[in-house]
Design a protein around this ligand. Structure first.
Ligand code: NAD
Length: 471
């Protein structure tokens, strides 16, 4: 008998040969048959995902370690628990989300039933990326299942261990009639995108997002784009500098800086910088010891290509390294690094860093900081650190970003009540909690009318007279 690996390769080859048509057609047939619609079916699938995670936690942690050297604590917090929390939130709220939403009526509709019905979109495509390779596929899947859709999942090829695990586990636990996993990189995804889907949910870079939009335009497919950008952290006014340094360092160096919502750069005045750098140095030493490379709590860069991009950015930067700076290609290691005297035109300010490198840019006033942010594309997250509520409110009111968090970083995305998504170049649409359910649902306007009061309708039928309008 062929090994699991052989079966998998054969299956991948088969679905590639017909441009993925067979698999999409079969999911579409399931959707049309109403298979994925019943509330109980959705709950069963969500429960099956809970079981998948419970029974395979060890393998999930191993895959994440293989792909990113992800520390166990970070993997549990940001991948496993995130999905578990989302599942439990969806399971508990599904009935409420699915219920018809009755709307206010007027005199002319008093006898009608007027409500918004959330209906699933159909067969949706979920394309993930590699930095949180488990969570970024499964969180949208939870929303797609809750909303009653069938789904094709396309994990990132850059994190192959997690990709392989998803290919193995999803068909074992979820209905194969409704959900399928497809593997591959750019070429396979392009081929996949030639097919018609009812929604495309894409997480990744702005560059690829443009091709996704172009492919979607051919079929007029709606899309959600979860992208990135340079997330600023503005530090201003009075604050507890030690606590600020710890929170900033944690948010920045979590997952070795490979988070879409990681603070990308710091904006502060010179006086603040003088206090911040030693506080950051101390925080990093407390977190990762004086030899972070030997510390199990700092992850690795996902691939040699991504490591080379970061090492190159560091080399091209004209800033001064004040913390870290060590790199090791073989280990795909980059030390938690902080730079000062980084000019606005520096290599580090050209694109999203997406690694453990933190430039500090000096500004003089709060208004300078706000102007610096507003002169650039709208970020996915914006952080402001200050003890002064006026500073926080000013930045909140005078800027725009996908999400906003004061006096901490990345934690705002863990609350399912808050929508997670970008604005402008950092993305379109949102998910998490009910927001994900809404993303994968169509809000159908329903008016159920009977045959009563026909005598009143006479007023609107031709021949029209001005008297009918009550003039
Ligand atoms: P990427 O765009 O290269 O890859 C993402 C997915 O797209 C992968 O599944 C890949 O196989 C596929 N892909 C790659 N090239 C393609 C092409 N030409 N046509 C069709 N599909 C293609 O993503 P990346 O650069 O590795 O991801 C990093 C970016 O993702 C960063 O900007 C980061 O901020 C962002 N990100 C955003 C979120 C969020 O939730 N908003 C989360 C994680 C990462």
């Amino acid at each position: 008998a062929p090994s699991t690996d052989h079966c998998w390769l054969y299956w991948t080859w088969c679905v590639k040969m017909d441009g993925y048509k067979t698999v999409i057609d079969s999911l579409r047939a399931s959707f049309r048959s109403g298979f994925s619609l019943p509330e109980q079916f959705r709950l069963d699938q969500l429960e099956a995902l809970v079981t998948l995670i419970r029974e395979n936690e060890k393998q999930i942690l191993e895959a994440l370690y293989k792909d990113l050297g992800k520390p166990k604590f970070e993997a549990i917090l940001s991948e496993i628990d995130m999905v578990m929390n989302e599942l439990s939130f969806a399971i508990h709220n599904l009935k409420t989300w699915m219920a018809p939403e009755y709307v206010t009526k007027n005199l002319a509709t008093k006898l009608d039933h007027c409500f918004v019905h959330r209906e699933p979109l159909g067969v949706v495509l979920i394309i993930g990326t590699w930095n949180y390779p488990f969570q970024l596929i499964l969180l949208p899947l939870v929303a797609a299942i809750a909303a009653g859709n069938c789904a094709i999942l396309k994990p990132s090829e850059i994190s192959p261990a997690t990709e392989k695990l998803l290919v193995d586990l999803i068909p074992k636990y979820l209905s194969q009639k409704c959900y399928a996993v497809i593997c591959g990189g750019a070429e396979e995804t392009k081929k996949l995108l030639e097919n018609k889907f009812d929604h495309i949910f894409y997480t990744g870079s702005q560059k690829v997002a443009r091709s996704i939009l172009q492919a979607a335009a051919v079929h007029l497919t709606p899309v959600t784009l979860e992208l990135g950008g340079k997330c600023p952290c503005l530090i201003y006014g009075n604050l507890d500098i030690k606590a600020a340094a710890k929170r900033l360092a944690w948010a920045k160096f979590f997952n070795a800086g490979q988070s879409c919502v990681a603070p990308d750069y710091v904006l502060c005045n010179r006086e603040m910088r003088e206090a911040l750098v030693p506080a950051l140095r101390q925080a990093l030493e407390d977190f990762y010891s004086p030899r972070p490379r030997e510390c199990a709590d700092i992850g690795r860069i996902v691939s040699e290509r991504h490591w080379t991009r970061l090492a190159d950015l560091l080399q091209r930067s004209t800033g001064t390294v004040v913390i870290g700076g060590e790199t090791d290609k073989e280990e795909k290691y980059i030390a938690p690094t902080v730079l000062v005297d980084v000019p606005e035109t520096d290599a580090l300010m050209e694109e999203e860093i997406f690694g453990p490198i933190l430039p500090i840019i000096c500004i003089d006033t709060l208004a300078d900081g706000v102007n610096f942010i507003n002169a650039r594309e709208k970020p996915l997250a914006l952080y402001v650190f200050s003890d002064e509520s006026k500073v926080v409110t000013t930045v909140l009111e005078q800027t725009s970003s996908g999400g906003f968090c004061s006096n901490d970083g990345i934690v705002h995305m863990s609350l399912p009540g808050l929508p997670f998504g970008g604005v402008g170049n950092s993305g379109m649409g949102s998910y998490h909690g009910r927001w994900g359910f809404e993303t994968f649902s169509h809000r159908r306007a329903c008016m159920l009318r009977g045959w009563g009061l026909e005598r009143i309708n006479v007023l609107r039928y031709p021949p029209y007279t001005e008297g009918n309008l009550g003039w």
